[in-house]
Write a protein that binds this ligand. Sequence first.
Ligand SMILES: Nc1ncnc2c1ncn2[C@@H]1O[C@H](COP(=O)(O)OP(=O)(O)OP(=O)(O)O)[C@@H](O)[C@H]1O
Ligand SMILES: [Mg+2]
Length: 532
Amino acid sequence: MGFSGVYGYVVRSTSSRVSVVASDAPLPLGEYVELHYRVHSRVSGLLGEQGGGERVALAVVSNASYEHAVPQSVMSYLGPRAGGVESLKLSHTTLYVVAELSGGRAEPPRYPIPPDTPVRPASGDTLSRVYGGFTGGVRLGLLAPRSLGVEVRVNPDKLAKHLLIAGATGSGKSNTVAILADRLSAVGAPVVVFDVHGEYSLEPEDGDLSRVQIVEARINPLRMHPRILAAIIIPEPQARRQRRLLAKAMEGILRELRELSAKKGISMVTALQELVERRVRNVLAEEEAVDQESLLIRGLRELLVAEARRVGGQEERVVDRVVEKVEEFFEVTPLTVTGELPTTHISPGRMLVVDASTLGDEQKRWVLKIMVDEILEKLKTGHLGSTVLVVEEAPLFIGVDVGHPVKQSLQRFAREGRKFGGCLIAVSQRPRSLDVNVVSQLQNFVFLRMVQEEDIRAVMNIADNLDENLAKTIPSLPDGRAIVMGEWLGRFPAIVDIDLHKGKRIGATPPLTDIWARGRAQTQKPQFSLEL
Ligand SMILES: Nc1ncnc2c1ncn2[C@@H]1O[C@H](COP(=O)(O)OP(=O)(O)OP(=O)(O)O)[C@@H](O)[C@H]1O
Ligand SMILES: [Mg+2]
């Protein structure tokens, strides 16, 4: 065996999983290497002989140091006694052994790799033997480094165990979502993306724009339980009386609308229109011309205010607060009275992006809760086939400190979705703040670069078979490179360069200099005239 292509040599193995390598230069962190060796066993003799030769281990470079083999100070102390020997530099690298091949089969490693075993860059052949085998499913990317050209595919059937995507800002989470949403829907899955930032303006890779629908998340007060509407409008926990009053007022209006709609055989919206025309036309006449729906929404606001005053009676202070909250809510919240729930747009083979970026945090929670409950209900009753739901900014909904019912809804979706075909993909840049009770339901993983120690510890906690030595690579992963684990991939964790989604437009941060240049172009226009 020559030295060519040899990165270094094993100096010691502390377990079957961990070996330390000495080399004259550090090995690339997070990349694959392979080691060929033979093991002597007291019990069965030379292992691997029956299997047809040597064993091959596949390992990931997880940590490295770099130092003088003999410290410089010692060299100068030795002076002439060192005999003019040039000081040698040495790198010690830790390897995390992913799998062992013997007789062509990949197994978890059982034997520590013997000292003096040479370490070489992994070949495409070895990587394919460990990770290959699964040719169906959906392509996620290539094993790192891309140059080896070994494809990584994941099995969507195993997404019943859900998925957690974690990574620091800019590490590639949204790109991973784009790749998965696009490719899962391309094989027929209905995909719903709850788009917290309004960034998924996706052009599918196949160019078929009919596969994407973007809807704005709006709250429809007519289709919501009055108690939930009251909780959205008055979220303060101590304002119980205000909330009760408001719920009662809304109940009154809904009852009236239902009666009217039953009596005349008209829709709820037409009933609202009649009621508004009958009771609050004057108020609306004063307002500037707007579209029909906005008029109805304003009408509903007036009806609700009047009903709250009627229901509240003498309790003037409470009523005043309620009216204030209602008016503020109607002013700032994207509302609809005619629109259906976004869930009606879910369909196989398509991506539904629910843009919730105009909602406040509390409103986002409610809208998501209502959606999640709806989807689960439809899954259970067979009105929907297996659906993938992507939730960005997961700590907003399933954070430890979140006391909102959306958390229970997502937890139930994950737990029961397993039986009924609901797949939850949760995305987080702060895994440390996620509620473990909920994330313990997520058993497939994409871990992108994270630098905070607490976050890395948190993901090791969540993914209990993420070895500390493998996790050490997380801070130095480049954009889009991830540790991928879970049944959707197979038995062994992989380091994957996730494909870059070409059709993703808006998510990418525009260069600030472009924005500034545009701003300057605008301000350079003459602002005022000196002509008199
Ligand atoms: N798989 C990839 N291959 C190459 N470059 C990538 C990849 N993924 C992401 N990038 C680069 O990193 C940038 C940020 O990616 P992305 O928007 O997916 O990050 P993010 O984790 O969602 O960030 P944020 O937390 O800010 O939302 C992309 O614009 C792209 O330039
Ligand atoms: Mg993002």
